[in-house]
Design a protein around this ligand. Structure first.
Ligand SMILES: *Cc1c(COP(=O)(O)O)cnc(C)c1O
Length: 397
């Protein structure tokens, strides 16, 4: 048995210190609760950062992983598996056709999407390579995806970065229109910005972006790694805006916690890739796909309706808190169960105080409390977190 103190010591000595961790050691979870090694119970409103969409220990997901593990964990993409075919069929059906590719993470999904967009654009013209991204976006930590990420703090020290990326304010259509031309290969955006502080664009933004991209044969890539998988009450967040991208990327919640990433491209965009153009050893292996199948099967219309009503209820409660502390809470925003509460102070101490009180929440962009709980959350469980916030927030206000 290792004590928590021993675990902290080993981590400090042997693990790369890239994470600013909170000082608890988590042991197991059940539903929307997790337990640390001291037996303390926490309500989990972070869900592994929008990953544990079915919470912890969801029977159909656990059974799917266990039975697939017994049959076969991995086989090469040189062969077919039913689990992968099932997952591809389900995702393509949600997208409305097209072609699916599986990788192992969000960054890999975006990396693949960028490669496909470049190959497609180069088939039109060899100078068609510019990729326009948004400030405050987040697309991952590989060299291309951190370059797509419009936040200099993630890029400093890693140059030279891949060329051909530029940035525009998210939600500002006029600014985007000025930048797009024949040399534009792709516009790459999150449908709702997550890490950047939970930003939802104006209602008509994506329709105009879609029209602009069509005019110049520009590939519209929507990164739904955080906002997709039912998070907003629709399977894809773009469905709220009445458009469809040329490529959508998914990861986080797709297999409920088993590492996976995917992009889905329209048949037209997908024509640019041929055998050997892209690949992955682990990507889409039967274990990850069995988990994805269980998650995709769970996301019925009733499931999504619950996300919508739970999200509306949660938002109402957060707005009520804002009314009580208007000088402290600047704004509540988001859609479904990706909600942000912008406060006038740094959020880290608030997050720590909530942890003390038994609630796991998160802060992003410095001062935005972010809530991305499991999508199976109930109103009673939302009330528990609201109770914690009601106790904690006034201490900082
Ligand atoms: C988390 C995230 C990524 C990166 O995913 P990883 O699995 O950490 O590589 C990319 N885009 C968005 C919108 C994300 O939220």
């Amino acid at each position: 048995m290792k004590t928590d103190e021993q675990i902290f010591e080993i981590d400090a000595r042997d693990y790369l210190p890239v994470f600013a961790r909170y000082k608890i050691v988590l042991d197991h979870g059940e539903g929307v609760y997790v337990y640390d090694t001291q037996g303390k119970k926490y309500i989990d409103f972070l869900g592994g950062i929008a990953v544990n969409v079915l919470g912890h220990g969801y029977p159909a997901l656990v059974d799917a992983v266990a039975s697939q593990a017994k049959k076969m964990i991995h086989c090469s993409n040189l062969y077919y598996t039913k689990a992968q075919a099932d997952a591809a069929e389900k995702l393509a059906a949600r997208f409305g056709g097209g072609k699916v590719f599986f990788g192992n993470s969000g960054a890999e999904a975006n990396e693949g999407a960028i490669k496909l967009a470049r190959k497609y654009a180069h088939s039109i013209s060899k100078d068609k390579s510019e990729i326009i991204c948004a400030w405050h976006s987040f697309h991952g930590r590989t060299l291309a995806t951190l370059t797509a990420t419009g936040q200099p703090k993630y890029q400093e020290g890693f140059g030279p970065l891949p060329g051909g990326f530029s940035y525009v304010d998210f939600g500002d259509y006029d600014a985007l229109e000025k930048m797009v031309n024949e040399k534009t290969c792709a516009v790459m955006l999150e449908t709702i910005q997550g890490e950047g502080g939970v930003h939802v664009p104006p209602k008509d933004y994506f329709q105009k972006v879609r029209t602009l991209c069509d005019k110049y044969d520009v590939v519209l890539i929507l990164d739904e790694i955080q906002s997709g998988m039912g998070r907003t009450g629709k399977f894809f967040a773009y469905e709220h805006f009445g458009i469809k991208p040329d490529i959508v990327t998914l990861a986080k919640g797709l297999a409920g916690g088993v590492p996976i990433g995917a992009f889905v491209a329209t048949d037209k965009a997908a024509t640019a890739f041929h055998a050997g153009d892209h690949g992955s050893t682990f990507g889409g292996n039967p274990l990850a796909c069995a988990a994805a199948n269980a998650v995709l099967d769970a996301m019925t219309p009733e499931f999504l309706a619950n996300v919508e009503s739970a999200g509306a209820y949660f938002r109402e409660k957060l707005e009520a808190l804002q009314k009580k502390l208007p000088w402290f809470v600047k704004e509540v925003r988001g859609k479904g169960l990706i909600l942000g509460m912008e406060i006038t102070k740094e959020g880290r101490d608030v997050v720590n105080a909530c942890l003390e009180e038994g609630a796991i929440i998160n802060c992003t962009a410095g001062n935005v409390l972010r809530f991305v709980p499991p999508l199976i959350i109930t109103k009673a469980e939302i009330d528990e977190v609201i109770d914690v916030l009601e106790r904690v927030l006034p201490r900082f206000a």
